[in-house]
Design a protein around this ligand. Structure first.
Ligand SMILES: [Fe+2]
Ligand SMILES: [Fe+2]
Length: 340
C-alpha cells in the first residue's frame, strides 16, 4: 500500500461547483413527513399489467362505444400521460436546485406513478382501438370527427409543453406546486367520481388505484406547500392566483368542458366532443353527466379556494362555475403547468 500524501501547506480546496448543478451530492432531510410518504409510495406500488385485462373484451362493446372509450382515454392522456415527462423534468430541476432529498424522491415517485397511469391509457386503447389515439384510418364521419378532435387536442397539449419546459426553471417551488396541487386535486376528484360511476370491473379497479395514487400526490403537494406558503411575497401570490385560473382553464377539458380563452379549437370541436363523450358514457366507462361534472369540479375548486385563502392567496374568478374571485388576464400557454 502506498503512503498517504499530505501536501505541504494543506489540501487544495476543490473548485466550487457552478450552480444550478446536481453536484455536489448530498441527502438533506428537512421534512420527515415527506420522507415517510416516499417510503409508503414504494410499498403501495401496483402494476397496471396485473389488472384483469381479460375482462376488457372488445366484443362486449359496439364499435361506437369502443370509439368513445378510446376517445376518452385519448383526452385523459393529454393530461395524465404527460405526467411522466412533466415530473421527470421537475425531478431533474429539484436536483439542480438542491431541494431537500425527500422532495426529489417524492417527485420521482410521482413520475413512477404517472408512468403507470400512462400505461393504463395505452393498454386500454390498444385493446379496444388498435392504433389509437392517432395511428389509424377513420371509416366514417364519427370516426373522422374523433380522429380530428384528438389531433386538435394534442396540438394544444403541444403548446403547453413548450411553455412548461421554459416555465419549470423560471418558477419557484410554491408556484410550481400550487399548480401541481391543483392538478392532483382535479385528478383525485375525477377518478373518485369515475370509480363510483363505472360498473366495469377493469375500469373500476383502474380508477380506484389511480385515484389512490392521485390522493397521495395531493398529500405530497400539500406537505410541500405548507412549508413553502408562509412568507410569500405579494408578487408570488398574484402569480399563484393566475396559475389557479390557468389550471382551471386547462384541466376543465377532462373534468368538464373547455372554457373560452385558451384552447385553440375548430368550431365543431365541442359539439363533436359531446357526441363522443356520450358514446363513452353509454359504454359504461363511468363518465359523469355534464351537471355532475360541473358540481364535482365546483366542489374541488372550492376546496382549493379554502386552502389558498388560508395563506392570503387570492382566488381567481371562475364565472363558469359561479365562483367569484379576482379577475385574471387571458391565459397563455406559458401559464399552463398543472398535470395529473
Ligand atoms: Fe398525479
Ligand atoms: Fe396521474
Amino acid at each position: 500500500m502506498g503512503e498517504l500524501t499530505v501536501p505541504e501547506g494543506g489540501f487544495w480546496p476543490a473548485p466550487e461547483v457552478p450552480q444550478p448543478n446536481i453536484y455536489p451530492m448530498e441527502w438533506r432531510v428537512e421534512t420527515e413527513k415527506l420522507a415517510a410518504i416516499y417510503q409508503k409510495s414504494k410499498t403501495t406500488l401496483w402494476n397496471p399489467a396485473d389488472l384483469p385485462w381479460d375482462g376488457l373484451r372488445p366484443e362486449d362493446f359496439t364499435r361506437e362505444q369502443r370509439l368513445g372509450i378510446m376517445y376518452w382515454f385519448s383526452v385523459l392522456a393529454n393530461f395524465d400521460a404527460s405526467g411522466p415527462a412533466v415530473f421527470a423534468r421537475a425531478t431533474i430541476q429539484a436536483f439542480e436546485k438542491h431541494e431537500e432529498d425527500p422532495v426529489r424522491k417524492c417527485f420521482f415517485s410521482i413520475t413512477r406513478d404517472e408512468m403507470n397511469h400512462e400505461e393504463c391509457c395505452q393498454r386500454t386503447i390498444a385493446r379496444l382501438w388498435p392504433g389509437g389515439p392517432l395511428d389509424w384510418t377513420p371509416a366514417d364521419d364519427l370516426e373522422r370527427a374523433a380522429h380530428n378532435n384528438i389531433g386538435w387536442l394534442y396540438h394544444n397539449g403541444g403548446r403547453y409543453w413548450t411553455g412548461y419546459t421554459a416555465a419549470v426553471s423560471k418558477y419557484s417551488l410554491p408556484v410550481l406546486f400550487t399548480s401541481f396541487m391543483m392538478g392532483e386535486m382535479a385528478a383525485s376528484t375525477l377518478f373518485r367520481g369515475m370509480a363510483s360511476g363505472t360498473g366495469h370491473p377493469v375500469f373500476g379497479e383502474m380508477f380506484r388505484r389511480i385515484g389512490r395514487d392521485e390522493s397521495r400526490h395531493l398529500q405530497i403537494c400539500m406537505t410541500i406547500l405548507e412549508k413553502e406558503w408562509p412568507g410569500l411575497t405579494d408578487e408570488v401570490k398574484s402569480l399563484i392566483t393566475r396559475q389557479l385560473r390557468a389550471g382551471f382553464v386547462f384541466l376543465s377539458m377532462i373534468l368538464w368542458e373547455p372554457p373560452e380563452g385558451f384552447w385553440e379549437l375548430p368550431p365543431y370541436f365541442l359539439p363533436n366532443h359531446r357526441v363522443l363523450m356520450d358514446k363513452a358514457r353509454d359504454a359504461g366507462l363511468g363518465v359523469l353527466s355534464y351537471e355532475e361534472q360541473a358540481e364535482n369540479w365546483r366542489q374541488a375548486m372550492a376546496r382549493i379556494r379554502a386552502i389558498v385563502e388560508r395563506w392570503g392567496i387570492a382566488f381567481p374568478a371562475i364565472p363558469e362555475l359561479d365562483l367569484d374571485g379576482v379577475a385574471v388576464d387571458a391565459i397563455d400557454p406559458e401559464d399552463i403547468i398543472p398535470v395529473f
